[in-house]
Design a protein around this ligand. Structure first.
Ligand code: MIG
Length: 700
């Protein structure tokens, strides 16, 4: 059943199109060659024709070949707002923007005018005035671009004609749920990965790392993770340890574990060309490297000097790479940081490998040029990493952080937004960047807090931390050679600001962990744009200073100049006593919501919800509700019912507010010692006494 028809000079509508589910249609161009695109790294489902696309279906691509490029144009109608696009610099609303899909090491987001960064997500979320929404996926890894013009989206690719998937729904949240159903839901992260994390390129030797850990505890900065950058490696050789600086990684990991820290260590894709270096010898012997156009193992320069690059398109290479993590993780490493996997190459103008390099594929994937496989290089690497780490530690939830990735890669790794700088404009930009990644199926992400390049200032670290603790991923990181950037590096006042902010993060963990559960279930982002509070409110569509953490908390950074707030009686909450330092982001709670809060802990191994505070902001009818999801925070028992899901509810009876906590799901017995209620009033929070049991009655 071909429905091809010539509609313009060169334009053809889909040669074939069909529904692959409710409200999801796929459109195939004429001459579509599945071997050039499938199996797609984006999808976890096979496309099965459920029915034909109905005549009334609104959004349809027109395909064409134009100047040698494969083009898909999608007319979108008037008055729409564009979002998503994955990792992008600049404003939240993508109208009028162009993004290039060619993963690039992009310091300060300056390459190509900021049009291409470390990751590619050929994805646009489109929201109409009335709040209905649709999403567009170009199922294409080849070098390409997208433009969002006034009434039209244009994908243009240097590769062969590609198919387009359209999701049509009643709201952006529903579109994102469908996106998760099609591309995979995130895995539950380990709880510790939601804590505060301290990183810096140049934490060496191991005694310095211990010093950092001790300082965090000494200054009572709640924290969970210390990161090891490339400094620990022997001559930057992956899966090795410098004999002088890091002679005993197990001892270091033990030391940190004893103090309640987890550790994340870096692994890059480039393998130093060196005879006698086990990894290089193995890869060479097995012939696992990416090849140049002549079929010889390609060599490119990175940190260690000349390197080979594993061909991650090959299943056996992924398996091998994954297996390398076994001994490595056995030193007590908790998580892995995959950097430079665009892949980034030094001293070449393109900063990556040649487009005509060869990848072998396998497992149904055809051999093809780097032009095709560049954008999925990072995705395939983290897929290998995740699987290997899981095999090494089958009882633990893998934690992988990646710099490069591709649409769908959220299944394997969390991400950070690469090398920003200690600059207020980049701090501000980190809000829309994190939001748009969330609107592209990657909820677990965040920027280098404090900024990577250049010297941070006390003012900037205070501002950035005071807001950054409400991001999904919270890590302070900076480049070697810049000024020290730990919370204590700028004196008492900055330290106090950071501590207060981080304390609030830890107190909010019951709520934040529940949000990750929601992301896992429904594909809804953890950090959301303000317009999610009221998708019909046109005034919220451009808001990119203030943002939502989940559905119930608006975060307004102190530097926000003119934040648009959702209508309704959102009430200010201040999470703890103490003077207002003028830096802490302002938090507003949604009317009708209940937010669960823990007592302060210094890390997630100490964290407990035995004492639970429920912040209640009643709606106009005197009601409120919320949710608390809990499990072990580690391992996979939750898949077999080892969790506890609670409905939180509040209602008024006479002069009293009755607040109750009811387990609705899960077999985990979560003994709770005591609860209390904080009634959010216009002029502050009024706390009840602590009580045992599951119900609290408080006077209004
Ligand atoms: O060429 O490992 O984005 O976070 O500290 C720089 C050193 C390599 C880039 C990463 C950055 C990391 C740095 N890496």
């Amino acid at each position: 059943m071909a429905i091809a028809s010539v509609t313009g000079m060169q334009c053809v509508s889909a040669q074939d199109a069909f529904m692959i589910g409710k409200d999801v249609a796929v459109f195939y161009p004429e001459g579509y060659d599945a071997r050039q695109h499938e199996p797609s790294p984006i999808f976890v489902v096979d496309f099965e024709r459920t029915e034909d696309v109905a005549g009334g279906w609104r959004i349809r691509p027109e395909f064409s070949i134009n100047g040698g490029k494969s083009v898909a144009r999608i007319a979108v109608g008037k008055e729409v707002d564009f979002y998503g696009n994955g990792e992008v610099a600049g404003q939240l609303r993508r109208n009028g923007k162009e993004v290039k899909f060619w993963n690039t090491d992009a310091p300060k987001y300056e390459v190509d005018g900021g049009k291409r960064l470390y990751q590619s997500h050929p994805w646009v979320l489109v929201v109409r005035r009335d709040g209905t929404a649709f999403g567009v996926i170009a199922d294409n890894t080849w070098k390409s671009s997208v433009r969002m013009d006034e009434e039209e989206i244009t994908f243009e690719s240097e590769g062969p004609a590609f198919r387009v998937v359209i999701i049509e729904k009643g709201s952006p949240a529903e579109v994102l749920k469908e996106l998760a159903d099609l591309t995979g839901h995130i895995e539950m992260p380990p709880l510790w990965a939601l804590g505060y994390q301290q990183c810096r390129w140049s934490y060496f030797p191991d005694t310095r790392v211990k010093e950092i850990a001790d300082s965090l505890r000494l200054h009572r900065i709640p924290s969970d993770v210390i990161w090891m950058d490339i400094d620990y490696m022997d001559n930057f050789k992956v899966f090795t340890f410098d004999k002088e600086r890091f002679p005993d990684p197990k001892d270091l990991n033990d030391y940190l574990h004893e103090r309640g820290f987890k550790t994340v260590w870096m692994i890059d894709p480039g393998v130093k060309v060196e005879e006698g270096y086990r990894i290089d010898d193995e890869g060479t012997k097995m012939d696992y490297w990416v090849k140049d156009a002549n079929g010889k193992p390609y060599e490119g320069e990175v940190w260690p000097g000349q390197c080979h690059f594993p061909d991650f398109t090959r299943p056996e290479v992924r398996e091998w790479w994954g297996s390398l993590y076994k001994d490595y993780m056995a030193t007590g490493i908790d998580g892995v940081w995959n950097d430079m996997n665009e892949p980034a190459i030094f001293n070449v103008e393109t900063s990556t490998m040649p487009e005509d390099n060869r990848h072998e594929g396998g497992g149904g994937l055809a051999a093809g040029p780097h032009l095709r496989y560049h954008n999925s290089y990072g995705l395939n690497m983290v897929k290998a990493s995740r699987e290997g780490i899981l095999e090494a530690n089958p009882e633990k939830r893998p934690f992988v952080l990646t710099r490069s990735n591709f649409l769908g890669g959220h299944r394997y790794a969390a991400t950070w937004t690469g090398d920003n700088a200690s600059d207020p404009s980049l701090m501000k930009m980190s809000v829309p960047m994190t939001i748009n990644l969330g609107l592209s199926g990657q909820p677990f992400n965040g920027p280098d807090i404090g900024g990577f390049f250049d010297d941070c200032t006390p003012e900037l670290l205070a501002q950035w931390t005071a807001m950054g603790v409400y991001f999904p991923f919270v890590r302070n990181h900076s480049a070697a050679g810049t000024r020290q950037q730990e919370p204590w590096a700028f004196g008492e006042e900055t330290l106090d600001v950071c501590r207060t902010a981080i304390n609030r993060r830890y107190r909010l963990l019951p709520y934040i962990y529940t949000l990750f559960r929601e992301a896992y279930e429904d594909g809804v982002p953890v950090m959301r744009p303000a317009f999610f509070a009221d998708v019909k409110d046109a005034a919220l569509r451009k808001e990119q200073e203030a943002f939502l953490l989940g559905g119930d908390l608006m975060v307004v950074p102190r530097w926000a100049e003119n934040p648009a707030m959702p209508a309704g009686d959102w009430r200010r909450i201040v999470l703890e006593d103490g003077t207002d330092d003028g830096y802490q982001a302002m938090l507003y709670q949604r009317p009708g919501s209940i937010i669960p809060i823990a007592n302060l802990s210094q890390n997630t191994t100490e964290y407990s919800t035995d004492s639970l505070t429920l912040l209640v902001n009643l709606d106009g009818d005197g009601k409120a509700c919320g949710r608390l999801y809990e499990d072990e925070g580690e391992g996979f028992g939750f898949r077999d019912g080892e969790y506890a899901d609670f409905a939180l509810s509040a209602s008024c009876a006479g002069d009293e507010v009755i607040v109750s906590v009811t387990q609705t799901n899960g077999n985990m017995h979560k003994g709770r010692k005591r609860i209390r209620v904080g009634l959010v009033m216009p002029d502050g929070i009024v706390y009840s006494q602590w009580t045992g049991g599951r119900t609290v009655r408080v006077g209004r």
